[in-house]
Design a protein around this ligand. Structure first.
Ligand code: C2E
Ligand code: CA
Ligand code: CA
Ligand code: CA
Length: 280
């Protein structure tokens, strides 16, 4: 595996009081983070298992906190949501993703795609308009297909029209949709038919325990067969070993993502990585 290194996230003393205080401080700091250009977009390759080609990447946000170092999105995205800052952060993630995907479509592969995450609150937020995204993409001469939006399956349980309207907006803009963390939540298969989804991302918890004849192997195989029948492509998350990659490939999984291929890395480094790993 490339780029093996220590996990650089900072975690805090798990005392409740301290936690509450540091949440408040962190929310305050978050307000200045955009102005201070403390956010950074990392990219992790999504590898086509048959060919080894890398024509996709997931964008993962990092916050370089001036005192604390790198803060995990797991920690600050919830704060960004409760404070409303997620709106500006999401807009920044979108613009950065567009900027980089443009370059990689021009210089690496014409169909290169960047996948970006939207938390449920972000996705359902009133006022979010993919028309506005599309206008920005058009100003960069990019088609909607340059981007994939990753949402979690829990969203699809929402019976209201807002989620299906949102998905239709994405579809109208040509932007693709991936169902993230598949298999962890309220997995119900009926919505895969009901909604127009392009990719299914098998959660890392399945990949982790893959072994021949294991129950997670059987489940993964079943998910892949089902997804293909419904015309979805499958991406396995958290691929860390060659064995996992081989088992997934044998089961017909389309793409893999994980430390075996590369850890998420800063955009400039990923740019170099793409050139080093280009398949002619
Ligand atoms: P996710 O969307 O499920 O992203 C995959 C996470 O798995 C990432 O953590 C990635 O670094 C990690 N990962 C990738 N390969 C491996 C592997 O082989 N082994 C292990 N153990 N981990 C692996 P990260 O970057 O810390 O992001 C955590 C979560 O934060 C993401 O989970 C996503 O839900 C959220 N997130 C990240 N960036 C954004 C963003 O721009 N906007 C929003 N709304 N959420 C984001
Ligand atoms: Ca994701
Ligand atoms: Ca995921
Ligand atoms: Ca996950």
């Amino acid at each position: 595996a490339k780029g093996a290194g220590r996990n650089r996230y900072s975690y805090f003393t798990p005392t409740l009081q301290v936690a509450a205080l540091s949440r408040m401080r962190l929310t305050n700091d978050l307000r200045n983070a955009l102005k201070g250009e403390q956010f950074e977009l990392y990219f992790q390759p999504i590898v086509h298992l048959d060919s080894g080609a890398i024509h996709k990447a997931e964008a993962l946000i990092r916050w370089n906190h001036p005192q604390r170092g790198v803060v995990s999105p797991m920690e600050f995205i919830p704060l960004a949501e409760s404070s409303g800052l997620i709106v500006e952060i999401g807009a920044w993630v979108f613009r950065e993703s567009a900027r980089w995907v443009r370059r990689w479509r021009q210089e690496v592969h014409p169909d290169f795609q960047v996948s970006l995450n939207q938390s449920p609150l972000e996705f359902q937020r009133e006022g979010l308009s993919y028309e506005c995204w599309l206008a920005h993409l058009q100003s960069l001469a990019l088609p909607g297909q340059s981007l994939v939006v990753e949402i979690t399956e829990g969203l699809l349980l929402d019976a209201s029209n807002s989620v299906s309207n949102r998905l239709l907006q994405l579809r109208d803009a040509g932007i693709q949709v991936a169902l993230d963390d598949f298999g962890t939540g309220y997995s119900s298969l009926s919505y895969l038919k009901k909604f127009d989804i392009d990719y299914l991302k098998i959660d890392r918890s399945f990949t982790r325990n893959l072994a021949p004849d294991s129950s997670d192997m059987a489940l993964s195989e079943a998910i892949i067969v089902m997804a293909h029948k419904l015309d979805l492509k499958v991406i396995a998350e958290g691929v860390e070993t060659p064995e996992q990659r081989d088992l997934l490939a044998a089961a017909g999984c389309d793409y893999g993502q994980g430390y075996l291929f590369a850890k998420p890395m800063p955009a400039a480094q990923f740019d170099a990585f793409l050139r080093d790993n280009a398949i002619p």
